[in-house]
Design a protein around this ligand. Structure first.
Ligand code: RTP
Ligand code: MG
Length: 147
């Protein structure tokens, strides 16, 4: 069992796509164990995107992710990191396959609706940035036996 950090970015919140996006992970069979609408501060944004510091798009990225509320989530399931990245699609909305979230709803690389952790270690790191341990819920889902 693995956890991943997913975050509907400010464009997704503003476009009213939280429900559409959350539904896709629910239907896939992942289990939601934490979620909150929140404002990302510059300090949180810099910790989250530390690996991109120095890149040409870094400043734009920090400005965008702090520009409005995000919907932060933690999902759990077998290979949750890879499963979520499959549903999200490639970084560029043009290259992302139809059927993926970005493929269906995004065009611009800078406004690509959702973040998903890219590795197990980064998932643990990112969950620790956005959630306290007592915000992660431990509960059983009977249906989980099928997935
Ligand atoms: P994310 O971290 O948001 O889930 O996206 P990702 O893994 O698909 O892409 P990543 O390489 O981690 O980049 C983080 C975000 O930075 C913006 N970006 N812009 N060449 C560019 O202009 C460029 N490359 C990346 C995107 O918004 C990307 O989601
Ligand atoms: Mg990334």
């Amino acid at each position: 069992m693995e956890r991943t950090y997913l975050m509907v970015k400010p464009d997704g919140v503003e476009r009213g796509l939280i429900g559409e996006i959350v539904g896709r992970f629910e239907r896939k069979g992942l289990k939601l164990i934490a979620a909150k609408l929140m404002q990302v501060t510059p300090e949180l944004a810099e910790r989250h995107y530390a690996e991109h510091k120095g890149k040409v798009f870094y400043d734009r990225l920090i400005t965008f992710i702090t520009s409005g509320p995000v919907f932060a989530m933690v999902w759990e399931g077998d290979e949750a990191v890879a499963a979520a990245r499959q549903l999200i699609g490639k970084t560029s909305g043009i290259e992302a396959a139809p059927g993926t979230i970005r493929g269906d709803y995004a065009i611009h690389t800078n406004y690509n609706l959702i973040h998903g952790s890219d590795s197990h270690d980064n998932a643990l790191r990112e969950i620790g940035i956005f959630f306290a341990e007592d915000e992660l819920l431990d509960y059983e889902k009977v249906i989980q036996v099928w997935i």
